[in-house]
Design a protein around this ligand. Structure first.
Ligand code: HEM
Length: 422
């Protein structure tokens, strides 16, 4: 009898040991690999993937050009074209009941904005591509949060099949869009002033200048850049807007101050893009929202050579997690009120608020700072200004505060608000 119970105890102990060994392996070894795969699948294999491998020097000139161009285009041509659409979307709130979960609304809005920016007049088709990408991200995040079994991606499981099907559809759709542009160019038309057109034009100039197709982006890289723009710019901006609305609902005094500023600046007129810089209080609020709820809560880097970081020695290939959100909430840095919503911190700009230290970087920093941060800022200011001009809002009693990190930091149970027309 005693032997039997010893065998049972030993078996259970071995089982527990195996489970824990598996978990440790999963965290320490398989997960980083999985994350890398995830980034690669998300199209972050263009620039960000190279960055992840520290391959900064190979960051080609043509990519830089192609990426900086859309930003000029965005503020000068593309963004103003979006305004009528923006107003139409916001005014749809009027027809809705008073209580509204604003999160899906903002998701649709930012999705359409990016889709129009990336694909211009073909934005409907672009939106379908983005919806498919979102489905993929959801499958990958599910897989990411489950125990990783090496080689499982080759198994004919339901999610693997779905991944393959959607990837095929995404690739085919973008390729179709590109083919249409190339055909139009051959027929003497321009590539277009949206992101896709800018990438194709920059690419074709680069190939022409260098006299070889070896230079410039391949069509696959163009596809990845388009996918990356959506992936990087949609969810981030929508959660930023959602947290800002939640904070303004909780802090009615700041909501009133911000509205006063907007009404003083624009009255009931449509704000012009170049006038948005006049919104100081709204900007402070948006920064404080980014500090408390940075849409991308952590960042990853990988060393590509032996590196010393203070007292730390990092061997080549170390993965470094940078916990943006922890730095943004650190009491030693921001003071005892670090957890509180105090937009006045940013009264004299980011540099003064941070005393020149690298402690606030919702958009990253350095040469790889978010390429879309000006665009996101314009989009957010415009959205907040248009809403403040039209509505007062507060949290619905059904709101439950659970910040939840999937890819971006999002409100787990949505953001039901009570909106009242002014
Ligand atoms: C609240 C909104 C946004 C936040 C918080 C955000 C944040 C970030 C962060 C933290 C990075 C990584 C920077 C680094 O690695 O140091 C990044 C990269 C990037 N973002 Fe944004 N982003 C936002 C909106 C946008 C928008 C609207 C677009 C596109 C229009 C965009 C396009 C990109 C791209 C293409 C990259 C990769 C840049 C590269 O690899 O060089 N982002 N973003």
């Amino acid at each position: 009898m005693e032997t039997l119970s010893n065998i049972i105890i030993a078996t259970i102990s071995v089982a527990i040991l195996l489970v824990y060994t598996w978990k440790v392996l999963n965290w320490a070894w398989f997960r980083p690999k999985k994350l890398e795969k995830f980034l690669r699948q998300q199209g972050l294999c263009g620039n960000s993937y190279r960055l992840l491998h520290g391959d900064l020097k190979e960051f080609s000139k043509s990519i830089k050009e192609a990426q900086s161009k859309p930003i000029d285009n965005l503020s000068n041509d593309i963004a103003p074209r979006i305004i009528p659409y923006f107003i139409q979307t916001i005014s749809k709130y009027d027809e809705r009941s008073k209580e509204l979960d604003i999160w899906p609304q903002f998701q649709k809005l930012t999705s359409d904005m990016i889709s129009r920016t990336a694909f211009g007049s073909s934005y409907e088709e672009g939106r379908r591509i983005f919806e498919l990408q979102k489905e993929q991200a959801e499958i990958i995040m599910k897989q990411f949060n489950s125990i990783y079994i090496p080689g499982s991606r080759f198994l004919p499981t339901k999610s693997n099949k779905k991944m393959k099907e959607t990837e095929k559809e995404v690739q085919e759709s973008i390729r179709r869009l590109i083919d249409n542009r190339l055909k139009a160019k051959e027929a003497g038309q321009e590539f277009g002033d949206d992101l896709l057109g800018t990438l194709l034009e920059s690419n074709s100039n680069e190939i022409e200048e260098q006299g070889s197709k070896e230079f410039g982006l391949t069509i696959d890289e163009v596809i990845r850049e388009c996918k990356l723009f959506y992936f990087a710019g949609q969810e981030t901006t929508s959660v930023w807007l959602v947290w800002t609305m939640i904070l303004l609902s909780r802090h009615q005094d700041w909501q009133a101050k911000a509205r006063e500023e907007v009404l003083q600046a624009f009255g009931s007129d449509q704000p012009a893009f170049d006038e948005l810089s006049r919104l100081k209080i709204v900007t402070m609020i948006l920064y404080e929202s980014l500090r408390l709820y940075p849409p991308l809560a952590t960042r990853i880097r990988r060393t590509n050579e032996e590196t010393r970081l203070g007292n730390l020695y990092l061997p080549n290939g170390s993965l470094i997690f940078i916990p943006t959100i922890l730095l943004h909430h650190d009491k030693e840095i921001w003071g005892e009120d670090a957890e509180e919503f105090k937009p006045e911190r940013f009264k004299e700009g980011v540099l003064k608020a941070t005393k020149g230290q690298m402690i606030f970087f919702p958009f990253g920093a350095g040469p790889r700072i978010c390429i879309g941060h000006n665009f996101a800022m314009l989009e957010a200011k415009m959205a907040v200004a248009l809403i403040l001009q039209r509505f007062v809002f507060e949290l619905s009693p059904s709101y439950t505060h659970v910040p939840h990190c999937i890819v971006a930091l999002q409100p787990k149970f949505g953001a039901p608000l009570l909106l009242q027309r002014l």
